[in-house]
Design a protein around this ligand. Structure first.
Ligand code: ADP
Ligand code: MG
Length: 652
């Protein structure tokens, strides 16, 4: 039993107050069949919406079965609505992308009742369009759509049905059929309230209420009420439903999200583009970074841990050092001196570095020129497998002999055997005496793109250098590393007469641990840099998703209104839209991962850089992109969930 007492509903229009309902009091008995008539604008729909809990009165009291509902929360209203009320609208309000059967079973998503397909199908049979279950609304006539809408209003076994001009858009044949269905439902015990313009429709009802200017003008009973249907039976009927579990529910929303997005492929594709590119970039960049680091590490470890590299200090002390006669430059003699003084030095190689143009016949190739001593080979595992390395005698004679890397061989000799051939390096003739063992590319640099020549030849005949760039020293005993470092620095400071105040930075000596730490440090810096670029692109992608979701909420306002009318709570709408944005971002993330992987493969095969995709970066970027969907989906989803059901339904 529904009880309205002194209900007012007013709207503020600028400075005026418009009364849609004035002091309406009304009692509706269970099992009644009520027609509401009246001119347009007389408040019929407003009354229906208040009765149907879609709208709240400005003041007055409304009781359902003695329970005051005016102060219930929106979610409580939603629950009450879906458990007791069915709506039929003039515009049918079917969701266009769903089949008739799916439209009918839609309210079950919110009442958490699983597997209503059979029941839904039986309702479609009952309203006479069982054979059209799998058609979409646009494949159905108006009368057929309204039958689907009636079946939908029945799916939750309502106690009362509100029909607002249900035949207003229909031809007279369909109108008759729809009315007979409503009549039949009433005979089975469901209360029916119908708004109509047609006098004859009104006269078929058991009770006829006429309205004018927001007030009830007349209220007459045409047919006596039948005996009360036992409420107990209806209650038992409802308890036959089982509750849906939370995973099924999440699955339903995700499925719904997929379908909505699949229906709008171009837009969906565009909105996931940002995330997609962001994730692909993260995967590819991290793979390259990691590959480079791995390659450098493996190369460093092949050098052995007993290597020290001595360089002139980074701190140059121009005027002061000249005055006191000191210099921090290193010479070939320094190398020999250190080896002569310290018995735990196994090998020593003074090195110079430069670039040179290598020419053979009509081929040209620009490469790295490295000058070293004969001991460079054992220090760097560079003893040729074909031919030989140069000797100390070659070095002393400043012989024009060269050992070349495989990349240089490929570039200027192709398949030809280069041993013994004469090449020109910066127009100076050299003879090739050996080919270096292949080392492979380490990230950004190719270790085989090099020509090694005696250091004295390099300095005096090719690069025009007076000093060496660094001195490699291999120590016999790893335990003596620290001792060696201190001794060598001290020795150099003395030999070069470095002023005491400048001793700190005059020479620099590095061991492998230092170098590895430096590599580690720089690759970490690079990772942080790459990750922040990636994070920015993901945020931009997220904003893109938010944008599209906001458009989607506006476009689908009526759909949201309908969903609320059939019992969706705020949370249900929120979950639906969140699921959509999570699907967009997660799918975008997945495609991004695949794309990133392809880019990585491409880079690897085209440029030869070694790459390594870390599983953690894949997992991380997937979950990160999915959470982007949540973060940026929250605002539009919340906006949707806060829509007032009746305003949303009226949205054009
Ligand atoms: P009916 O269904 O009988 O044609 P309604 O109940 O839709 O009439 O509307 C009754 C009155 O309330 C009308 O004058 C209408 O302009 C006004 N009205 C309804 N909804 C709103 C609204 N959201 N804002 C302002 N006025 C409204
Ligand atoms: Mg109306």
């Amino acid at each position: 039993m529904l009880n309205l007492a002194n209900i007012n509903k007013s709207y503020k229009m600028g400075d005026n107050i418009v009364y849609a309902l004035r002091d309406v009091s009304l009692t509706i008995e269970d099992g009644d069949y009520i027609a509401i008539m009246g001119p347009s604008g007389s408040g019929k729909s407003t009354l229906m919406h208040i009765l149907g809990l879609l709208d709240v009165p400005s003041d007055g009291s409304y009781k359902i079965n003695e329970r005051e509902v005016s102060h219930l929360s929106e979610d409580d209203l939603a629950i009450l609505r879906r458990e007791t009320i069915g709506f039929i609208f003039q515009q049918f309000n079917l969701l266009p992308r769903m089949s008739a059967l799916e439209n009918v079973t839609l309210p079950l998503l919110y009442s958490r009742i699983p597997g209503g397909r059979e029941y839904g199908a039986s309702l479609l049979e009952r309203t006479g369009i069982g054979q059209r279950s799998f058609h979409k609304p646009n494949e159905l006539s108006g009368g057929q759509q309204q039958r689907v809408a009636i079946a939908r209003s029945l799916i939750n076994k309502p106690l009362i049905i509100f029909a607002d001009e249900p035949t207003g858009n229909l031809d007279s044949v369909s109108e008759k059929e729809i009315l007979s269905i409503l009549k039949e439902l009433n005979e089975q015990g469901i209360t029916v309230v119908i708004v109509t313009h047609e006098e004859e429709v009104g006269l078929q009802a058991k009770r006829l209420i006429r309205m004018r200017d927001g007030a009830i003008q007349s209220d007459e009973r045409l047919t006596p009420l039948p005996e009360k249907l036992s409420e107990k039976k209806i209650d038992e009927d409802r308890k036959s439903h089982k509750k849906l579990n939370i995973f099924l529910e999440a699955y339903e929303y995700l499925k719904l999200g997929f379908r909505t997005l699949a229906a709008n492929k171009v837009r969906t594709g565009l909105s996931m583009l940002g995330i997609l590119i962001g994730v692909a970039a993260v995967i590819a960049m991290l793979a390259i970074g990691r590959g480079a680091q791995k390659a450098i590490e493996s190369q460093l470890s092949s050098l052995g841990s007993n290597l020290l590299i001595l360089r002139p200090g980074a701190v140059r002390v121009g005027g002061v050092s000249q005055e006191s006669g000191t210099t921090t430059r290193l010479s070939v003699d320094d190398a020999q001196y250190i080896k002569g003084q310290l018995d735990f030095i196994k090998y020593v190689s003074p090195n110079v570095n430069g670039r040179g143009q290598v020419a053979f016949q009509n081929k040209n190739w620009s490469t790295r020129i490295l000058g070293g001593s004969a001991e460079y080979a054992p220090i760097h595992a560079a003893t040729p497998t074909i031919g030989r390395f140069f000797t100390e005698i070659d070095n002393q004679k400043r012989a024009r002999v060269a050992v070349i890397g495989m990349t240089v061989v490929r570039e200027i000799f192709g398949k030809k055997n280069p041993l013994g051939e004469m090449i020109k390096i910066n127009r100076v003739n050299f003879q090739i005496i050996g080919i270096l063992p292949e080392k492979g590319a380490t990230g950004f640099s190719d270790q085989d793109d090099v020509v090694i020549i005696p250091v004295l030849t390099a300095m005096h005949r090719l690069l025009g250098k007076e000093y060496v760039d660094s001195i490699d020293l291999e120590i016999t005993d790893p335990n003596k590393m620290d001792l060696a470092q201190d001794k060598i620095i001290e020795m150099m400071n003395t030999r070069h007469r470095v002023a005491p105040a400048l001793k700190q930075g005059a020479f620099e000596i590095r061991n492998m641990a230092d170098i590895q730490a430096a590599v580690q440090q720089s690759s970490e810096t690079m990772s942080v840099l790459l990750s922040s670029i990636a994070a920015i692109s993901l945020v931009v992608g997220g904003i893109g998703i938010m944008n599209i979701m906001l458009v989607s909420v506006t476009e689908r306002t009526r759909e949201i209104g309908l969903r609320k009318a059939i019992g969706a709570r705020r949370w249900d709408i929120l979950a639906q839209f969140l699921a959509e944005s999570v699907v967009v971002s997660a799918v975008g993330g997945l495609i991004g991962i695949i794309l990133g992987w392809l880019i990585t493969i491409g880079i690897n095969s085209f440029s030869g850089w070694s790459t390594s995709i870390s599983p953690s970066s894949v997992i991380l970027s997937f979950f990160f992109s999915a959470s982007i969907g949540i973060v940026f989906g929250i605002y539009p989803a919340r906006k949707a969930s806060l829509l007032n059901p009746i305003d949303a339904l009226r949205h054009e």
